[in-house]
Ligand binder design. Structure first.
Ligand code: PLP
Length: 434
């Protein structure tokens, strides 16, 4: 298969690297994990990306989650154009903000919600609020869960299960992570031990509702409920981060598949990605008594010049409004077709693999045993993934350029796009197995 011409992307990458660290504005886009030149995208429509050299790709990144309806969905484009023509930011309240918040409150267990501009802001603010509400300082998180680049959450596990953490990156002082406890995911005993030792100091436990940032590692049955109950027993808040899963795994996110069925709700939740329809909008919310501690109702400060931006809220509202049952049915059908094709071709090629899912969100670990934690996720064959990635890219399929990411589909992935992925799999599996 001849590799597509990429001289335009290469020239732009060189230009970008001269003025931007690594040539990108978010590290994963630089292809460091898979090598090669990132494709500079000129435009996108439905499930298709077109790069500056005119190559088209079936998109299995979907902007890392937001594009539930695919690119340039007519309802979203119209909403955005109408909103932008009315002015793009006022710094005063608008009806659009109220409507978007109402739409989210209607779909989830949150009683009150505050809009922000990124998932990072949402988790950062939720933690500040949890600390302000409880008057406690310790935060518990899980290894492999990503909650944005909040200093205190860029923490690596300490040397023992209940020891406090070390900064996960230069630039974060030890004092920022010394109140963060990092535990192994899906490990009830570790949670119980941490709360037994530090329970009266723990403000909150934050978890991805279903982790997607170490690849998809679903919570063991009942794990989220156990976390909610453990937090309640110790007077800590349970913060469920649905930035990635919200409005994607189901209309009510991951919670729609566990909490709604089992009859519990998080104290606080965070959202982003899909709820912004491809624009910068995110949110945190939850129990009314907790949220009322937020300024201006309460003493915990939080604010934002562009929070509830009219164009972003219009895009988000148009996306949630269009996301009807047919949309969720379609992304389920697309994900099923891809999962079946991957299983069949990888098995035929002798390529060890485990496909893990929550709803239509899935990832493919190139290893032979199920992955339940961050340690186990490390067993995926990163070199084989690089070969798989490039063989797919050469055949017009853009996978996430990292072995530890979810693969995202949209309701715009039609049969032609699905078939293009399926047709590319055998050669890519052979390349990865080599
Ligand atoms: N939380 C989760 C679960 C995420 O997946 C992400 C981003 O991928 C974030 C928080 C941070 O969101 P943002 O990139 O919008 O700051």
């Amino acid at each position: 298969m001849p590799a597509p011409l990429t001289s335009g992307s290469e020239a732009l990458f060189a230009r970008a690297r001269a003025v931007t660290p690594g040539g990108v504005n978010s590290p994963v886009r630089a292809f460091n994990a898979v090598g090669g030149t990132p494709r500079f995208i000129r435009e996108a429509t439905g499930p298709w990306l077109t790069d500056v050299d005119g190559n088209t790709y079936v998109d299995l990144i979907c902007s890392w989650g937001p594009m539930l309806l695919g690119h340039a969905h007519p309802a979203v484009v119209e909403a955005v154009q109408t909103a932008a023509a009315r002015g793009s930011s006022y710094g005063t309240p608008t009806e659009g903000e109220v409507a978007l918040v109402e739409a989210i409150v209607a779909r989830t267990p949150v009683e009150r919600l505050r809009l922000v501009s990124s998932g990072t802001e949402a988790t950062m603010s939720a933690i500040r609020l949890a600390r302000g509400f409880t008057g406690r300082d310790v935060v518990v998180k899980f290894a492999g869960c990503y909650h944005g680049h909040v200093d205190s959450l860029l923490a690596a596990a300490g040397s023992g299960l209940t020891t406090f953490s070390l900064p996960g990156t230069p630039g974060v002082p030890a004092s920022s992570t010394e109140l963060t406890l990092v535990l192994p995911y899906n490990d009830r005993a570790a949670v119980t031990a941490a709360f037994a030792e530090h329970g009266d100091r723990i403000a909150c436990l934050i978890t991805e509702a279903a982790p997607g940032n170490m690849g998809v590692v679903p919570p063991a049955p009942g794990f989220n409920q156990f976390l909610a109950e453990t937090c309640r027993a110790h007077g800590a808040l349970f913060v469920s981060d649905e930035v990635m899963t919200g409005f994607r795994v189901s209309k009510a996110g991951q919670w729609g598949t566990d909490g709604a069925v089992e009859g519990w709700a998080p104290d606080l939740m965070t959202f982003g990605k899909v709820m912004g329809g491809g624009f910068p909008a995110a949110a945190f919310g939850g129990r009314a008594d907790v949220m009322s501690h937020l300024a201006p109702e309460g003493p915990v400060y939080q604010a934002g010049t562009l929070s509830g931006n009219p164009v972003a809220t219009a895009a988000g509202l148009a996306t949630l409004t269009a996301a009807d049952d047919a949309v969720y049915d379609r992304i389920g059908v697309v994900a099923d077709a891809l999962r079946a094709g991957i299983a069949e071709t990888f098995t035929a090629a002798g390529l060890p693999h485990v496909i893990q899912s929550t709803g239509s969100m899935f990832s493919v670990f190139l290893t032979d045993a199920p992955v339940t934690s961050y340690d186990e996720a490390q067993r995926t064959d990163v070199a084989a993934y690089g070969a798989l990635f490039h063989a797919m890219l050469d055949q017009g399929v853009h996978l996430p350029p990292s072995a530890y990411e979810a693969w995202f589909v949209s309701s715009s992935h039609d049969d032609r796009a699905v078939q293009q992925v399926l047709d590319a799999l055998p050669a890519a599996a052979t390349a990865a197995a080599a």
